[in-house]
Design a protein around this ligand. Structure first.
Ligand code: RIB
Length: 296
């Protein structure tokens, strides 16, 4: 079974700030760091660091060679990544004193995906293979329909949630990884229990992972509900915590670990990611996760 992640690659420009800038305000920042990010790239790196051979598909701009090198250095197969004219995707990230962030996205080459490219990449995959998606590339409905038509199992992290997802047939998704905001946007419900109830009634064969920030995570499928709290760490940068969770969750699924064991390992890996600066670079290897002693 092969694993493909079709997703974004962003240069993250991370500015440490006193507080998130307000409308009309001009404010100094304390520092600027540039990191490799993009929900797509982060999740591919998390899969690779969790021990899963993963192929990444997506577009980088003329300034994008560093992404290809970074993928190779981090065990992500970059064979399908295309270089196109124009700029790669990037973000402006404000990181405040509480390690919270706000992210402004510039899609750049992440939004240059064509139907021909989707057909060409997905043509290498078949029934049972896994496709992981986020929502930072264009043509999401087409990618989902084509992959589903080929019998692939589709895992969706609908982040950031926006109108592009309205055209997607969510009935074709095998695994959802959502936070409370995305859960609300999909179901119209705010309470975690209600979000899970409504999602299960709409997508009865799906597996649903609902992350709840400081309250941990709840997993539900038609046979079981499992919960996991967070591990306590000194957070310095929360960017990519969810992406780490997603990659490690798929890795655990592929290893056929019991769900409570998967959730525990995901929570630990995410906690380790928030205790380091950066996005893709902050994701720990599975050996580091196993060796770490963290307080629950
Ligand atoms: O999930 C974190 C990521 O979201 C960042 O790396 C940034 O690039 C945005 O895509």
């Amino acid at each position: 079974m092969k694993v493909l992640n079709f997703g974004s690659l962003n240069y993250d420009y991370v500015y440490k700030v006193d507080h998130m800038i307000l409308a009309g305000e001009t404010m100094d920042s304390y520092s600027l760091e540039t990191h490799f990010g993009g929900k797509g790239l982060n999740q591919s790196v998390a899969l690779a660091k969790a021990g899963v051979p993963v192929k990444h598909a997506g577009m980088v701009g003329e300034d994008g060679q560093a992404f290809l090198d970074f993928c190779t250095e981090n065990g992500v197969d970059a064979e399908y990544i295309r270089k196109v004219q124009g700029k790669s995707g990037h973000t402006i990230i404000q990181l405040d004193k509480n390690a919270q962030n706000s992210i402004l996205l510039y899609g750049g080459s992440n939004r240059a995906i064509t139907k021909e490219y989707v057909d060409e990449v997905l043509g290498h995959f078949e029934k049972g293979d896994i496709l992981l998606l986020q929502n930072e590339v264009n043509l999401m409905p087409y990618i989902i329909d084509t992959a589903y038509g080929r019998g692939m199992q589709i895992v969706l992290n609908p982040s950031p949630y926006n109108e592009a997802l309205d055209g997607c047939d969510m009935g074709k998704i095998a695994v959802f990884l959502v936070n409370e905001i995305e859960g609300k946007q999909i179901t119209g419900e705010t309470e975690p229990e209600r979000i899970l109830d409504v999602m299960m009634s709409r997508f009865p064969d799906a597996r649903i992972v609902l992350t709840l920030g400081g309250d941990g995570v709840v997993y539900r499928d038609k046979e079981q509900t499992c919960r996991q709290g967070i591990f306590k760490v000194q957070a310095v940068d929360t960017t990519a915590a969810g992406d780490t969770f997603t990659g490690y969750f798929i890795a655990g699924m592929l290893e056929e670990l019991p769900i409570p064991d998967i959730l525990r390992r995901c929570a630990k890996a995410s906690a380790m990611a928030v205790s380091k600066m950066g996005a893709a670079e902050s994701i720990p290897t599975v050996e580091e996760v196993k060796a770490a002693k963290l307080d629950a």
